[in-house]
Design a binder for this molecule. Sequence first.
Ligand code: UD1
Length: 372
Amino acid sequence: MNKRLKILNVVGARPNFMKIAPIIKEIRRYQNKIESVLVHTGQHFDREMSKLFFEDLHLPKPDFYLGVGSASHAAQTAKIMERFEDVLVKTSPDLVLVVGDVNSTIACALCSVKLNIPVAHVEAGLRSFDRTMPEEINRVLTDSISEYLFTTEKAANKNLLKEGISKDNIYFTGNVMIDTLIGHKKIADRSSTLKRLKLKKRDYAVLTLHRSSNVDKKHSFVNILEALYEIQREIAIVWPIHPRAKKMLRQFELDDYILRMPNLRVVSAMGYLEFLKLMADSRFVLTDSGGIQEETTVLKVPCLTLRRNTERPVTVKEGSNIVVGQDRQRIVKEALKIISGKVKRGETPKLWDGKAAERIIRILIQRLRKKT
Ligand code: UD1
């Protein structure tokens, strides 16, 4: 009888949790064939940024928690690598599976290949073509050392082929984050978020903001706050605030801007189910997140992306996303268009059907079996 395959799954930051959840669930269906080990690097550590997601998504307690916390990019990456190497030596997995584009993704992928352990990258091939973004560097590097590259959209396959990656290593399997959305939409609908915040369906907009390019530079942050000032005169805006944005607001002494906006509601960062409900029932979303561009596309909620580019072009071509950049006038203009009823709803992209994890695990079992 074949021995069980050991797959070591890595999570670190908030956007990783909803991507790993369906993969772990799928692995459980193959318990006789695969053993799963879960490692949490601890890049995100707050209750709102981590624990709530484990509860909402019924993620198992990590087998290893590395507790790295925050630091500069180099220090954080280095700490993860040092601690993750010990885990690899202790567990000797057949494969390390990483998701997304955060520092934990590249740190763990790099550690693994150095020990000749193959890496699977879920959400491979996305490119903003903006190398000032830390996530872009993480994406390019992780893809270049991964053996199994699972993509969410066709543009990603093209990017990888252009970078010289063999087509035999690229698999268009769909979007695991949408597996999670589809699997949790009904439970999220029962959440009391709107009642708690005294909001009415479609009567408010949602804002999320955390990119370094938006919140770490005072003039960019102020520009966005000025746009928000105009928008909140027409519609309430709910802003579940990210710790980075909170810290920078304080550091740049921008609290006065918030006080001047009675219709901007700054609330704590939310768990998965609460936020899904908030997003699904909103009139539109303003964001600089990657994942939210995809989630709003499936929810058919208009999305204005406060960035100069997107690594997820299918959300613009087929979905409900418009990339509005950081220009105050453009942001306000597009928001007012939506408020006046001119909305882009779009279509759900191919293979965003709730079955991506199923495809990924099936492929991994076939491929890894051939090797052992
Ligand atoms: C990280 C990811 C980003 C992802 C985002 C989602 C990288 C390079 N960036 O950015 O791609 O979209 O997560 O949230 O990996 N902090 C807390 N509590 C926490 C986590 C962070 O207070 O639980 C604070 C830290 O002290 C730090 C700031 O928030 O000052 C930023 O955290 P960091 O992990 O550096 O990156 P994010 O901006 O969250």
